[in-house]
Ligand binder design. Structure first.
Ligand code: FAD
Length: 417
């Protein structure tokens, strides 16, 4: 029997609080469970630090999605408890959309799905307002302990980490930290009026956006919207210009290599390499890493000098544009996301602290990799952004939900549970 098969093969099994503990009850957990209704026959418990099951981070942002609506629900299995959801227009409108959708529509659709899950799992199955601070996996005892911020500990047979991503303070911006705002803050609906106040208080000194990715373009759009509102509300008040600092030419998504060949503009965008930048399945150029939809249009207008009040600045490293950062009233950091997770312990040893600079790696079936070895009791549900070398291949993680569901189900069969 392999280490992974041993997982649940125990004869004297203590009473555990759950069969599968999901840490985080956002987009991934909700859509994964809705793709595998059979798992709901197990004792599933979801720990969510927020007050709602379903929308996760998507509830916070006042922007349009990057992906088309249907992509978010492509794995949905509308059987079992999810049958009524097949008639919910909040969900089906987004699930059928072949265009990006407003984030609040996506959040509403996910909340609808989350409610169904809550009903299916019962009061015991969803712990809202529960922040997990550490997860301890013990192979000898075939159990996982989930430690909560309130000091309590609950146990399970298996834990799935689905805690999402966050922006971490970027070291290259350290000397301007007091005036740095994360891009996620700028695009959040909760901070909109605070950001607006800061633009007005800038007294005409510029705002610098570091980065030229989707998050940078989303932040730029919000800054321009807020500037327009301020101009109408405070005629004559000095308002900041926005400078977008790009570290290199952006990637723009094209539907095929042929379209890219005739559409690419030198200087505006990075020339694509047919060997590495074309998705082998779809033929799309920069399938995942490229700017698309609204972000693409905004970036192209910015590059062409067609956005009043905004300019593009080249700086291969931040230090090259240090004067601009120095002069700026506000700096917006849009330099990427990092997976977030509680402290992870294996057999008593801390294998990954929550603030680790290392990525949270997993096998193709979602098993957590600890020092390169798949762990039998811990799984990861797409916590990290897609690895750079896999970003433009549509096959990446396309069967993760199915493989993870099969692996979890197999563990219970193996254990005779
Ligand atoms: C601005 C923005 C736009 C994006 N647009 C797209 C897009 O268009 N298409 C796309 O595919 N992806 C997009 N993404 C990527 C996006 O993050 C993921 O696709 C998706 O949100 C990930 O779902 P998740 O479940 O991992 O994270 P989330 O949906 O954020 O869920 C994580 C949940 O875990 C909870 N949690 C975290 N830590 C703990 C803890 N310690 N204890 C208990 N609960 C915890 C959180 O409260 C949250 O509810 C975007 C990301 C951002 C930031």
């Amino acid at each position: 029997m392999t280490g992974r098969q041993l997982t649940l093969a125990t004869t004297t099994r203590p009473t555990l609080d759950s069969d599968i503990a999901f840490i985080g009850g956002g987009f991934r957990t909700t859509t994964f469970l809705a793709s595998a209704p059979a798992l709901l026959l197990r004792r599933v418990r979801v720990y969510e630090r927020g007050t709602t099951m379903g929308p996760g981070g998507f509830a916070r942002y006042g922007i349009t999605t990057t992906s088309i609506g249907s992509r978010f629900f492509k794995h949905l299995d509308l059987s079992g408890p999810f049958v009524p959801r097949g008639r919910s227009s909040a969900l089906t409108d987004v699930a059928r959309a072949e265009q990006p959708v407003a984030m609040d529509r996506l959040a509403t659709a996910l909340t609808t799905l989350g409610r169904t899950l809550q009903d299916a799992l019962g009061a015991d199955g969803v712990r809202l307002g529960s922040t997990v601070v550490a997860v301890h996996a013990d192979r000898d005892r075939h159990r996982v302990d989930v430690r909560l911020a309130d000091g309590s500990t609950e146990s399970g047979r298996h834990a799935v980490l689905a805690t999402g991503r966050t922006e971490r303070a970027h070291p290259e911006l350290a000397c301007w930290r007091p005036k740095v705002l994360l891009s996620g803050t700028v695009i959040s609906t909760a901070h909109r009026s605070e950001t607006k106040d800061r633009l007005l208080a800038a007294g005409g000194r510029p705002v610098v956006v570091a980065g030229s990715s989707h998050s940078a373009m989303s932040a730029l759009q919000i800054l321009l919207d807020l500037r327009a509102e301020l101009r109408a509300e405070h005629p004559g008040a000095p308002l900041p210009s926005v400078q977008v600092v790009r570290r290199g030419p952006a990637r723009l998504m094209y539907d095929s290599a042929d379209l890219a060949r005739c559409g690419q503009v030198p200087g505006r965008e990075r020339p694509f390499d047919p060997a590495s930048d074309v998705c082998p399945t779809t033929g799309i150029v920069y399938r995942d890493s490229g700017l698309r939809h609204r972000s693409r249009a905004l970036y192209c207008a910015l590059w062409a000098g067609e956005l009043p009040g905004a300019t593009l600045v080249d700086a291969p490293v931040i230090a090259v544009a240090a004067d601009r950062f120095e002069e700026a009233a506000l700096v917006v950091q849009a330099l990427g996301y990092h997976g977030q997770a509680p402290d992870l312990y294996v057999d008593g040893a801390l294998v990954r602290p929550g603030d680790s600079p290392d990525r949270l790696l997993a096998d193709d079936d979602g098993a957590l990799l600890v020092n390169g070895v798949a762990h039998p009791l811990l799984s990861v549900l797409r916590v990290e952004p897609t690895p750079l070398d896999r970003r433009d291949n549509t096959a990446y993680a396309s069967d993760l939900y199915q493989r993870l569901a099969e692996r979890l189900a197999a563990q219970f069969v193996e254990a005779g549970a």
